[in-house]
Design a protein around this ligand. Structure first.
Ligand SMILES: [Zn+2]
Ligand SMILES: [Zn+2]
Length: 343
C-alpha cells in the first residue's frame, strides 16, 4: 500500500508498504479521506518533534476492511476515528477527558495514522469505542473533518458561548471559519472575524460573519469598542501569534473570556499586563484537541445537517500529490485539503 511517512524535518516519503494485518481486537480501515492539518505542517517543518518512520494523518475516515476478534464492527462499516489512545485509568481518563490522558497517544502523531491506503486501528482505540460509524448521509470528507470540528466544539465549550453573545474570532483560516460556523449555530448575536488576508475575510462574510476587520488597515481594539460599547463578550485566537493574543485581551469586556486555540513557536511569549486580567476579571483559557464526547457531538452536528463543512474544503488530492497539499497550506492558499489515498 501507499503511505506518507515522516522521517525528519522537511522530509516526507511516499512509500510502498505491506498492508498491515490486524491482530486480536484490532481492525483495519481502508482510508477514503484524510484532512491535512496545521499540526502536520508543524511536523514537516520540525516545529513538533515526532518519531521518525511514523505515518501521519490524524483526521481521517474510511471503511472497515478487516476485523479480528470480538469487535462490534463489521467489514464495510463507514467510520471516522477519534484518534486518541488513552489509558482509561488516570485522573483525566476517569473524569472523561481522555484527550488529556497522562499516557495519551494520538494516531497520526505518535502512532501510524491515516495518510495511507490502510491503517491499523490499535485495540485500545477499538475497545474504548473510539471508532464511530458514519450515517450514510455523512460523506467521508465530512467524516475526516469531525476531528478538527470537535476541537472547535471544545473551544466553544471553554468560551461557554451562549445565545445572544458577541464573539471575536481572530484568524479566518479553516479553524477560525469553523468557529464562525459553530458560533452561528450557537446563536451568537455579533460575530466579528479578523484576518490579514482579504480573500479570507470575504469568505468569512459569505459564511455569515457580521463584521470583518483587517487589523493592518483598522485598529481592531477601537473597532470592537465602537461595535460593542463595552468590549466583546468572548474572543478566540486561532493563530499562533502573541501579538494577536495581546490585542484580543484588549478587545474583551470585563468578565469576558479569551480562549487560546493555537500554539506557536519560540517567540510565542506574552508581554502581559496582569492588571488587565485582574481589574477586568477576564478569564483566559486554552484548548487543544477534544474529548470523545465532543467528537460525538460533532458527528451529531454534521449528521443533523446543522453544520455544513463542505465550503471549507478547497482542495482534494490523491496521496501521491501530498506535496501540493502542503505547499498550498503553507502558502495560506487553501483551507481544508483532503488527501484521498484510494482514489
Ligand atoms: Zn488536526
Ligand atoms: Zn489516562
Amino acid at each position: 500500500m501507499k503511505a506518507l511517512v515522516f522521517y525528519k524535518a522537511g522530509e516526507f516519503k511516499l512509500e510502498k508498504l505491506e498492508v498491515p494485518k490486524p491482530k486480536e481486537g484490532e481492525v483495519l480501515v481502508k482510508i477514503k479521506a484524510g484532512g491535512v492539518c496545521a499540526t502536520d505542517l508543524k511536523i514537516l517543518k520540525g516545529e513538533k518533534g515526532i518519531k521518525s518512520g511514523t505515518i501521519l494523518g490524524h483526521e481521517f475516515s474510511g471503511y472497515i476492511a478487516e476485523v479480528r476478534g470480538n469487535v462490534n464492527l463489521k467489514i464495510g462499516d463507514r467510520v471516522s476515528v477519534y484518534p486518541i489512545i488513552a489509558c482509561g485509568n488516570c485522573y483525566f481518563c476517569i473524569i472523561g477527558k481522555r484527550n488529556r490522558c497522562l499516557e495519551r497517544k494520538t494516531l497520526g502523531i505518535d502512532v501510524n495514522g491515516g495518510f495511507a491506503q490502510y491503517t491499523l486501528i490499535p485495540k485500545e482505540v477499538v475497545s474504548l469505542g473510539h471508532i464511530l460509524k458514519l450515517p450514510n448521509k455523512v460523506s467521508y470528507e465530512e467524516g475526516a473533518l469531525l476531528e478538527p470540528l470537535a476541537t472547535v466544539v471544545n473551544s466553544m465549550d471553554a468560551l461557554n458561548l451562549s445565545h445572544g453573545e458577541s464573539i471575536l474570532i481572530v484568524g479566518a483560516g479553516p479553524m477560525g471559519l469553523m468557529h464562525l460556523i459553530l458560533a452561528k449555530v450557537r446563536g451568537a448575536s455579533k460575530i466579528v472575524v479578523s484576518d490579514l488576508l482579504e480573500d479570507r475575510l470575504k469568505l468569512a462574510k459569505e459564511l455569515g460573519a457580521d463584521f470583518v476587520i483587517n487589523p493592518r488597515e483598522k485598529d481592531l481594539v477601537k473597532e470592537i469598542k465602537d461595535l460593542t460599547g463595552i468590549g466583546i463578550d468572548k474572543a478566540v485566537v486561532t493563530v499562533g501569534s502573541a501579538e494577536a493574543v495581546e490585542q484580543a485581551i484588549n478587545c474583551v469586556r470585563s468578565q469576558g473570556i479569551l480562549n487560546l486555540f493555537a500554539g506557536g513557536g519560540k517567540e510565542y511569549t506574552l508581554n502581559l499586563d496582569l492588571n488587565k486580567i485582574h481589574y477586568k476579571e477576564i478569564t483566559l483559557t486554552g484548548t487543544q484537541n477534544a474529548t470523545f464526547d465532543q467528537y460525538k457531538r460533532s458527528l451529531e452536528l454534521v449528521s443533523s445537517g446543522r453544520i455544513k463543512l463542505k465550503s471549507l474544503i478547497t482542495h482534494e488530492f490523491p496521496l501521491e500529490e501530498y506535496y501540493k497539499a502542503f505547499d498550498l497550506k503553507s502558502e495560506l492558499k487553501a483551507l481544508k485539503v483532503i488527501l484521498k489515498p484510494n482514489d
